[in-house]
Design a binder for this molecule. Structure first.
Ligand code: PRP
Ligand code: ZN
Length: 293
């Protein structure tokens, strides 16, 4: 079987963005609402829709070749299974940002991580939490929860929690305060570490090169402007992440030229204002849809 299986989260924070990303790499799937296996249409790349927590194991066990999952979950499974070599992070992605944080009830006497020595911490990430805390010489007992960790302190089963925080809404709603960040995470693309059949590896390399193009295009902009001839050097310096702009003559104006450049970093208003101050005019910033290095 030389088809590639990619595991993504079926329902949750990463689902839509994961699917969008694969689709912008040109992948299309014969989908069905209830089926959890989507067959790849133009490429031998199929999709498996699963619980995010299962994704690292599916890779480690060789059931899937690629998976998009939060670094927090990958790290937890790696520590739990003590298998750092079995999983390879291929690309860090720009969505799914969150942090694993310690939180305590609003009226708690616990003021810092150091006060947690000998305490009980409710968490869905016992391995990651214990490893970070014991690395800092703090010995706390973890109580494993698969969900609704926030209710543990109220139930009296734990003194603190270690849970994912994104906006902080869940903590506030449960009268908990964030005390310390233990681990920062984003979504990432992971692969198995083992050797794959040549055909599969070739297909994965091709997908990765498209993915790099998509990721690069997402933050790149095509900038066009008019500049005084004698300010071209300064303006080139002011264009964020641009190299070698194209220069074109402007009909009927020998003192000014048109400059076009691809900026490979985010272009902020401040950049445009600095360009204008340097003499640029008619500044246009356009999105870049695709890019192949
Ligand atoms: C996390 C975490 C909280 C919530 C925090 O769950 O367990 O419930 O997100 O987000 P907030 O700070 O924006 O309120 P997640 O989305 O990972 O769901 P899962 O544990 O069911 O996978
Ligand atoms: Zn989950």
């Amino acid at each position: 079987m030389n088809r590639i299986r990619v595991a993504i989260q079926r329902k949750g924070r990463l689902s839509d963005r994961s699917l969008d990303l694969l689709q912008s790499c040109g992948l299309r799937f014969a989908r069905s609402k209830d089926k959890l296996y989507w067959y790849g249409k133009d490429f031998p790349i199929d999709l498996l829709l699963v619980r995010d927590d299962d994704i690292p194991r599916l890779l480690i066990d060789g059931v899937c070749d690629l998976g998009i999952v939060g670094e927090n979950i990958a790290e937890e499974v790696i520590l739990e299974r003590n298998c750092a070599d079995a999983l390879t992070q291929l690309r860090k992605l720009s969505f799914g940002g969150c942090r694993l944080s310690l939180a305590v009830p609003e009226d708690s006497a616990i003021g810092s991580a150091l006060d947690l020595d000998g305490c009980r911490i409710a968490t869905s990430y016992p391995a990651l939490t214990s490893s970070i805390l014991s690395g800092r010489g703090i010995n706390a007992e973890t109580v494993k929860f698969s969900g609704s960790v926030e209710i543990a302190p109220g139930l009296g089963t734990a003194d603190a929690i270690s849970d994912l925080v994104s906006t902080g809404t869940t903590l506030r709603a449960n009268h908990l305060v964030e005390m310390e960040v233990l681990f920062e995470s984003t979504a990432a693309l992971y692969g198995q570490t083992g050797q794959l059949a040549d055909e599969k590896q070739l297909m994965i390399d091709r997908l990765l090169s498209r993915l790099d193009g998509v990721l690069l295009a997402a933050e790149s902009k095509y900038v066009m402007l008019h500049a005084p001839r004698d300010a071209v050097e300064e303006i080139t310096r002011l264009l964020p992440g641009a190299e070698n702009p194209s220069l074109m003559n402007l009909e009927g104006d020998s003192n000014r030229v048109a400059m076009h450049a691809v900026c490979r970093e985010t272009v902020f208003w401040e950049h445009l204002e600095a360009l204008k101050d340097a003499g640029a005019s008619a500044i246009l910033v356009l999105p870049v849809e695709k890019m192949l290095a």
